[in-house]
Design a protein around this ligand. Structure first.
Ligand SMILES: CC(C)(COP(=O)(O)OP(=O)(O)OC[C@H]1O[C@@H](n2cnc3c(N)ncnc32)[C@H](O)[C@@H]1OP(=O)(O)O)[C@@H](O)C(=O)NCCC(=O)NCCS
Length: 183
């Protein structure tokens, strides 16, 4: 079945609300999102503006996932954009998330020629996302203890990954110099 990526438009706000409210999104922070808020966000440009772009992941014409790219104004000036990637529950574990990460990485580096790096942060126990980062050439750069609030007052560690344009171009993965505090 073919997979494609299609730019979200504001006219699709109801479909976006359906998709987000269907969840569950076990590794996201509790969002308090409801339909009204999502529709207001769309009207306010949260999902598509100069700062952000959203894409549906389509498989055989069906909406099976969503990519939101944000902090794009920074990207245009050589800064670092961020993204949110969601595969709907019934389609996880079939390679779609890994493919989407590779696609969005190529998209950002191509669309923004001055962009040097792309960052992503996820919850420590999000094993699928962490595997996807590594397979796509991202390197772990950061570990934030107790940084990710969860339901019922619980908290998780967060982990940060990034890919450099030069690694993306050459198919390599350069690791940070973690021994740089040695005398
Ligand atoms: C995280 C997510 C995007 C990954 O997408 P996916 O389509 O489920 O993952 P894939 O099938 O592409 O698998 C990616 C890698 O994780 C591994 N994997 C998949 N499911 C896994 C699981 N439940 N536990 C451990 N590893 C898993 C795969 O084997 C693959 O590893 P490889 O690259 O070494 O082969 C998806 O599960 C999702 O949307 N989850 C809910 C939302 C979310 O957590 N988004 C991330 C926010 S940063």
């Amino acid at each position: 079945v073919d997979t494609s990526y299609q730019r979200f438009t504001a006219a699709e706000a109801p479909a976006l609300a359906d998709f987000l409210l269907a969840g569950p999104w076990p590794h996201h922070s509790p969002s308090g999102l409801d339909r009204d808020l999502i529709l207001k966000q769309v009207a306010g440009g949260v999902w598509d503006s100069a700062e952000s772009r959203t894409f549906w992941i389509l498989r055989g014409g069906q909406r099976v996932g969503l990519i939101r790219l944000f902090d794009l104004a920074d990207a245009a000036e050589g800064g670092t954009p961020l993204f949110d990637l969601r595969i709907s529950p019934g389609h996880r574990g079939q390679g779609l998330g890994g493919q989407a990460l590779a696609w969005l990485t190529g998209y950002l580096f191509t669309e923004f020629p001055d962009l040097r790096r792309i960052e992503g942060t996820t919850r420590q126990d999000n094993r699928a996302m962490r595997r996807a980062f590594l397979s796509c050439g991202y390197a772990k750069e950061a570990h934030y203890r107790d940084a990710w609030p969860a339901e019922a007052g619980r908290v998780h560690d967060a982990v940060g990954y990034a890919i450099l344009r030069r690694d993306w171009l050459h198919g390599t993965t350069t690791l940070p110099d973690w021994a740089d505090e040695r005398p």
